[in-house]
Design a protein around this ligand. Structure first.
Ligand SMILES: NC(=O)C1=CN([C@@H]2O[C@H](COP(=O)(O)OP(=O)(O)OC[C@H]3O[C@@H](n4cnc5c(N)ncnc54)[C@H](OP(=O)(O)O)[C@@H]3O)[C@@H](O)[C@H]2O)C=CC1
Ligand SMILES: O=C(O)CCC(=O)C(=O)O
Length: 438
């Protein structure tokens, strides 16, 4: 991971010094988020006086997650749930299981959720959770115990009207089912609306699994029209071939684009004529990685950034596109499936090079949009068909993106700052309406 060099202000004029945990890790994702906020403040007019609230998570919970391992020992894992902002509604955002998860990373992810949820105008604040564990090293029983204990520990701050978790990296429908069941056991009645991304047979929504990738594709197609990029002849490179990258790659391939390169932990594969995406998805489902896929050549991981392509989709983790590789990227358009994949320094380099960046806070909002549909369906116990869900998703994504595009033109700013303008105005307007408790 690279570390951007711009300093982060620890003390805001006229305000109190930030708590120590907010000053930590200036150059990590939280530091990147703070720089993004600093870039939007000049565009907020009188609402800027509330901007300090964007720099401080509302509520942070750190929990110990002890479980019995299969060999009889007791292991302790560290878990987090951060509610960055709840001005517009309950907290909403995924849960990540990863060995490198840190509190400041979860703070950044929760803040990006506040921005994203406001950008597509769903009635939520922003939240995110994580457990510092490599789930690939756990048995199924151990994974279930980690999930249930973590859910019990954060149970004091989540709930259908308080904060609604969902899947993120290394979490899936089964984990959401265990979370829903644990919360329901602890509260005494079945509460389907406490998490989204559940199995369809348990109050989940049709289309949720594919929703983030579908949103990435939808926004990509809309943006391509503005820069006259022809999707059926485009070459696409994808980093991360899980829920988001896999579905986005599949939809671009179905639209005629050539997916020429894919990278995950197992390596980087390349095929100039285009990879057989359905076969690759089957291979990943069977083996867990793109590594060993026969119908492709293997290239060095670092060469991924040099691949000749028109569209690049980072769909893995934060801080992948940095000042060190931004100058090498050949794509005309980057669609951020991942959260926080581009550092502010890299953003500047890409803008100078005229590479269009569709930022995470709008490009990957399809997932939470269908999560919102799931939550609404659970409350009413009335379920919609997939065609209706996809049509509503596409409409929301297109409208939100069109609005952001206009703001970018008006203010002469990047699409990231434009999305922050739209979202921060909505968040801070509700902050102003609600006022401060004296
Ligand atoms: N799921 C969702 O609905 C949403 C997810 N996102 C974001 O999208 C991104 C991907 O999430 P999701 O698809 O759900 O997660 P998954 O766990 O389904 O997939 C993650 C993918 O990223 C790969 N990966 C992880 N680390 C690296 C690395 N260092 N280099 C290359 N590849 C890597 C994984 O490979 P391997 O399996 O080999 O480790 C896997 O292919 C995250 O940033 C997430 O926050 C954003 C909005 C919604
Ligand atoms: O579906 C959700 O609630 C949130 C998904 C998520 O974590 C994200 O958009 O990053």
């Amino acid at each position: 991971m690279s570390h951007a060099s711009a300093p982060v202000t620890a003390v805001t004029p006229g305000s109190h010094p930030l708590p120590s945990y907010l000053q930590a890790d200036n150059l990590g994702p939280w530091g990147n988020y703070l720089q993004q906020v600093d870039r939007v403040i000049p565009h907020l007019g009188s609402l800027a006086r509330w901007a300090e609230t964007l720099k401080r998570p509302k509520r942070i919970l750190v929990v110990d997650v002890p479980i019995h391992m299969d060999d009889g020992t007791v292991a302790h894992f560290e878990g987090y749930r951060v509610q960055h902002n709840v001005s517009r509604g309950p907290g909403k955002g995924g849960v990540r299981f990863h060995q490198d998860v840190t509190l400041s990373e979860v703070m950044a992810l929760s803040a990006w959720m506040s921005i994203k949820n406001a950008a597509v105008n769903v009635p939520y604040g922003g939240a995110k959770g994580g457990v510092r564990v490599d789930p690939k090293t756990l048995s199924r029983g151990e994974l279930e115990r980690v999930t249930r204990r973590y859910t019990s520990e954060i149970g004091i701050i989540i709930g259908p009207n308080k904060d609604i978790p969902a899947p993120d990296v290394n979490t899936n429908e089964q984990i959401m089912a265990w979370m829903m069941d644990t919360y329901s056991m602890n509260t005494g009645s079945t509460a389907t609306g406490v998490v989204t991304g559940k199995p369809v047979d348990l109050g989940g929504s049709l289309g949720r699994r594919e929703a983030t990738g579908r949103g990435v594709f939808t926004v990509g197609v809309e943006a391509a029209k503005h820069i006259e990029l022809d999707i059926p002849t485009a070459r696409v490179a994808v980093q991360g071939f899980g829920n988001v990258g896999g579905v986005a790659g599949k939809l671009f391939a179905e639209a005629g684009a050539r997916v020429v390169a894919v990278q995950d932990h197992g390596g980087t594969i390349y095929r100039e004529a285009g990879l057989d995406v359905p076969a690759l998805l089957r291979h990943v489902a069977e083996t867990g990685s793109v590594g060993g896929f026969a119908q492709a050549e293997v290239i060095a991981n670092d060469k991924f950034w040099d691949v000749d392509c028109d569209i690049l989709i980072p769909a893995a983790l934060e801080q992948q596109i940095t000042k060190d590789n931004a100058g090498r990227i050949k794509a005309r358009m980057i669609i951020e499936g991942a959260n926080g994949p581009t550092t502010p320094e890299a953003d500047d380099i890409l803008q100078e090079r005229n590479v269009l960046v569709l930022p995470d806070v709008i490009a990957n909002a399809g997932g939470v949009t269908v999560s919102y549909f799931e939550w609404v369906q659970d409350f009413s116990s009335f379920f919609w068909d997939e065609a209706e869900i996809n049509a509503r998703l596409v409409r929301i994504m297109k409208e939100a993106f069109a609005g952001v595009w206009l703001v970018a033109q008006d203010h002469k700013v990047s699409l990231r700052t434009a999305t922050f303008i739209v979202a921060c105005k909505r968040i801070l307007h509700t902050r102003e309406l609600r006022g401060l408790y004296p």
